[in-house]
Design a protein around this ligand. Structure first.
Ligand code: NAP
Length: 468
């Protein structure tokens, strides 16, 4: 049993009330987290505000060294945090699970440490010199979801710290334990108040909403659903906060007629089912050309049937349970509906507890709920098409615009289709392969702003131009 604590001003803080965090593989309590209220949130924001002047005054080399020390701490505690992550999130330790998430967190932290935003000279002539400086914003509020709790927290926290901001972090109530522990660990190498963490479970007080309207928070970086993103934007309006919103996706994959089904099956499977489909930029609809539709379905189903699903602590598991009951019920509802409209090729029936087998349903089309809604779980609809123009139009016929993919043996042909897809990232012969040196973000309802690389770093700064 893990007893997590808040971190405020460099110190562990408990609360009178706590809430239970469940292990989705067993339904048993994995640990308890503090139920913070307005007082704890105000204390965390005040600590971050107090720490800001000294932290933002550090020179670039000091900020970089601090972020490198954070990276080293993540590496040192990777196995401990991976185990907590599996206990509360359900993902396997192995494969593309918790250890992989910890590796990603350290890789992102290390890369972000190496970035910088030096002063840019826009003009240096007899008429004068014009310099563009990038200044930190102040206190950044980070609100994270339950699918990749540690890695997404690092995506928020590192660019904020690297550019001289201080942070108050709030994890999802479904998965607060690894994040709270990580913040405790990172405080061993950060000055007090620079990185604070609060948690709560919405019992009478919604911390995320209170952060979004807090007068002393300058920016919110939010990763979560589109509906909550809209709430954040509304709450942030009064104080005109800066926002980065990484929201939901309903990514389409388009398989062109010249693709080789046997070669692409593994990539298609993991593009859709990574983290049990509970991934913002997972492939959530697959459009396959009529000429190879059946062969692609067969190859995908054969791959899916061989995947071991079980308790994430079992080193043999490649996929774990769905993380929570709400999400499980949503997937079950969408799959039951799809079964009445198309043909279930594999999976389809819920397992014990929160286990749901990888499910592939063919014979669906745009307009069917499993195609139109973000399932965020282990169920992939396959849509047959005969004309690539029709597939592009169907892929773009969505309010979302996070990612997309094109599968083909002809890279130029795939790129031509990729350019016409309405989304922030398009992958060819893979899906969802984000990297720290490439900006990532959604268009349309999938978000506002980007994360990663210099473009992502800039979102934690404001521009100041000095004319001399
Ligand atoms: P969610 O329900 O929107 O929750 C995300 C966070 O927002 C939680 O910490 C939640 O805490 C908090 N929250 C709830 N109400 C709030 C409010 N009014 N103001 C501020 N914060 C509030 O999302 P989720 O179910 O955890 O995550 C799944 C969704 O995230 C999917 O749609 C997925 O596509 C998206 N996602 C997007 C990306 C991306 O990079 N684009 C990455 C990962 C996930 P409480 O529950 O305590 O309120």
């Amino acid at each position: 049993m893990i007893d997590a604590c808040l971190t405020i001003d460099g110190r562990p803080v408990g609360t009178d009330e706590t809430f239970a965090v469940l292990n989705p593989a067993t339904g048993a309590e994995a640990g308890r987290a503090p139920r913070a209220g307005q007082a704890e949130l105000d204390a965390a924001v005040a600590a971050a505000k107090r720490a800001f002047p000294a932290w933002s005054a550090q020179d670039d080399a000091t900020l970089r060294a601090a972020c490198e020390a954070v990276t080293a701490k993540l590496q040192e505690h990777a196995e401990e945090l991976a185990r907590v992550l599996t206990l509360e999130q359900g993902k396997p330790l192995n494969g593309l699970g918790s250890r992989w998430e910890m590796g990603g967190a350290a890789a992102w932290a290390g890369y972000t440490a190496s970035l910088s935003l030096p002063v840019q000279v826009l003009q240096d002539t007899n008429e004068g010199r014009v310099e563009l400086h990038r200044k930190p914003l102040g206190v950044v509020g980070s609100i994270t979801p339950w699918n990749f709790p540690v890695m997404i927290a690092i995506w928020h926290v590192l660019p904020a710290l690297r550019t001289g901001n201080t942070v108050v972090l709030k994890p999802s109530p479904y998965t607060p334990l690894a994040t709270l522990r990580m913040v405790e660990i990172l405080n061993e190498v950060l000055p007090a108040g620079v990185l604070n963490a609060v948690s709560g479970d919405d019992a009478g007080f919604n911390i995320g909403a209170a952060m979004s309207s807090h007068p002393d928070i300058a920016k919110i970086v939010f990763t979560g659903s589109i509906g909550t993103g809209r709430h954040v934007m509304r709450s942030a309006a009064e104080t005109l906060k800066r926002l980065t919103l990484e929201l939901g996706g309903n990514d389409a994959g388009i398989v062109l007629p010249d693709a080789d089904p046997a070669k692409i099956a593994e990539g298609l499977f993991w593009g859709a089912f990574i983290n049990n489909g509970q991934t913002c930029a997972a492939m959530k609809r697959l459009y396959v050309h009529d000429s190879i539709h059946d062969a692609v379905c067969e190859a995908l189903v054969a791959y899916a049937r061989a995947i071991p699903v079980g308790d994430g602590l079992d080193e043999a598991s490649a996929l774990g349970p769905v993380q929570n009951r709400m999400q499980f019920d949503k997937v079950a509802r969408l799959v039951a509906d799809a079964a009445g409209r198309g043909k279930v090729l594999c999976g389809g029936a819920p397992g014990d507890g929160l286990f749901f087998p990888p499910t592939i349903v063919a014979g669906l089309t745009n307009g069917d709920p499993l195609v139109d809604e973000e399932q965020f779980g282990p169920a992939l609809p396959v849509i047959r098409y005969s004309d690539v123009e029709e597939a592009i139009a169907a892929a773009n016929d969505s309010p979302n615009g996070l990612g997309g993919s094109v599968w083909s043996s002809d890279i130029d042909a795939a790129k031509a289709v990729a350019k016409r897809m309405e989304c922030g990232s398009v992958w060819i012969n893979k899906h969802g392969a984000i990297q720290p040196n490439a900006p990532f973000g959604g268009i349309k309802s999938s978000g506002l702003g980007v994360e990663f690389a210099e473009d992502g770093l800039k979102e934690y700064t404001s521009a100041q131009v000095i004319f001399s």
